[in-house]
Ligand binder design. Sequence first.
Ligand SMILES: [Zn+2]
Length: 375
Amino acid sequence: MIKGGANNRDVKKINRIRTMRSIFACERISQPELAAKVGNSWPTVLQNVKELMEMGLVQEVGTFESTGGRKAKAFAPVRNARYAVGLEITQNHIGAVLVDLSGELVRFERKKRPFERCDAYAAGLAELVKSLLEKEGCPTETVLGVGISLPGILDRDEKTLVYSHALGLRGVPVEEFSRCIPFPCRFINDANAAGLAEIRGRENLHSLVYLSLSNSVGGSIFTGGSLYVGEHLRAGEFGHMTLVPDGRPCYCGKRGCVDAYCSAKVLSALTGGNLALFFDGLRAGDRTLQAAWDEYLAHLAVAVNNLRMIFDCDVIVGGYVGGFLSEFGAPLRELLARHNTFEPDSSYLKFSRYQLESSALGAALVHIESFIQSL
Ligand SMILES: [Zn+2]
């Protein structure tokens, strides 16, 4: 884990963070269990525990009975020691989440509010943050910050929204979104944020491809547990991989892109723009919708198989359509098993854990993670 050049301070920091994560992964943990989990001697772990307790992040919660007669101390996370807020801005909605220090979702709200580039919209975002904190009674001093997920490409220092098709913006300072919010703000691309939410807590998952099937198709790539952004910060723009040469027109101006076949709009367009109605129709046995679904899955299977062949890791499918795959995705698994060159299997395909909250959640997690890294 520790790279060659790590000095003493790095080692201490890594151990403290590992101690914190180990405690936060449980409801309560005994002294010997904790030492075993962290992989350090108890005196080293104890020093870290003491420091975390002084910071108010960990508490002692009684004792565990142990077989030797001596009682083992037990520790627990103080999950409400800090909070972070996440906002997801889309063309027509704003999603908002509150997460605690363990990254658990405390509250999720989503409201219809078409994007407008104006003062009232920016003030509305701040109002939403304020009401979310008030509803949960979070003291402002416990708030690490607000993460804002945007449907577009951001520059490397998170200062400019370089391009957003969904919002119709190009080269806009992100400060326009955060100027009324009285907390530190961070910005992140929506699919990258959703990928972060999905990879959280999936231990042993170091590499991952996340494919988002919402009103546009996007995605994110994680290698070695970190986000891969590419040379021009456009990595994971899976929506514009060419699926069909000279195929259907894509909003980007090209033809045959994955987006033109796999966006949620392909389905919701058949039911008046309402995706839930499309799946209601499938449940009710509507033949036209079933044929559209079969065609959709045939295209999606090619896209997902390509991702598997390129990245050789698990592929999580999320976004608006991803939320329906646990119920309707069995044929996708069969198609993938057929496409798979190496084994007649599609167990690498995972369905997302979240429906509409993933991007806001991932944006909030940016603050939680940087707080943990600052310990
Ligand atoms: Zn395209």
